[in-house]
Design a protein. Structure first.
Length: 127
């Protein structure tokens, strides 16, 4: 490598997600059998224009529902109803009783307001 050229550095927005050194230490501890708390993120968009992400620490073996309850989003936003809305972990739909791993991101999905095909037809009709 040329000495004049510096190696690229990662900025905060380009850095790999996962929580850095503290999260890495927690992952190593959980592999070694230590019962370190898991760090979980709970993300939702309860209504258009409002996005929320809350970090929680839970004991090993916690479920997606445990994380949602611990985050407090059910109390803050009455429009969230996990019995009817889909949830997922890192973009993959899962059940409320799905077990979580350290560093997971639980997402609560809003139902679609309009069918995507219908929305496209409306936009095309306006042109």
């Amino acid at each position: 490598m040329d000495r004049d050229k510096k190696a690229p550095t990662l900025t905060a927005s380009a850095a790999p997600r996962g929580g850095g050194e503290a999260l890495g230490a927690a992952r190593r501890a959980s592999r070694l059998g230590d019962e370190a708390p898991m760090r979980i993120a709970v993300a939702c968009t309860p209504r258009p224009g409002v996005a929320v992400e809350v970090g929680v620490e839970l004991a090993a073996g916690a479920t997606a529902l445990d994380a949602i309850r611990a985050s407090g989003v059910l109390q803050r936003f009455a429009e969230i109803d996990v019995s009817t809305q889909s949830i997922g972990v890192w973009g993959r739909i899962c059940a409320l009783d799905a077990s979580l791993a350290d560093g997971d991101r639980v997402e609560i999905y809003r139902p679609l307001a309009v069918d995507p095909k219908e929305a496209r037809r409306r936009r095309a009709k306006k042109r």
